[in-house]
Design a protein around this ligand. Sequence first.
Ligand code: RTP
Ligand code: MG
Length: 142
Amino acid sequence: MAVEHTLSIIKPDAVAKNVIGEIYARFEKAGLRIVAAKMQHLSREQAEGFYAEHKERPFFKDLVDFMTSGPVMVQVLAGEDAIARNRELMGATDPQKAAAGSIRADFASSIDANAVHGSDSATSAEREVAYFFSDDEICPRD
Ligand code: RTP
Ligand code: MG
């Protein structure tokens, strides 16, 4: 399995709870490296563009309201099978259904305030990494 890059966002609820470090430790313990990172307070335009695939969904406005409610921490994770590995660490979208020990089970409080985002496929990872980072902001591999 080749090394992959995936986009991760620590959402406003988890930033407000002051658990960025605890979530980073989970990535690192699972063998994922943080190869780019920035804290940002998203504008509505940025959040709407990022989640454009959901723009016809009934929860879209709530999602954009939530994602713009405070700063987020955005990072690129690198590692073997990084896309699926990160999704597994995150747990299911609804924290009530998320596996015990997953990030959402431990830090999320609702389906809206669900602590983290992670790219769900190679195609979305490519688009989402490029949405936030230029090539020269991503650390080259050793
Ligand atoms: P994400 O994109 O944030 O990593 O989450 P995900 O893949 O697990 O879930 P997705 O289906 O892509 O939905 C994006 C975000 O929209 C909110 N959502 N609310 N009320 C609802 O039924 C509902 N469904 C989704 C969640 O905050 C989800 O993370
Ligand atoms: Mg998604």
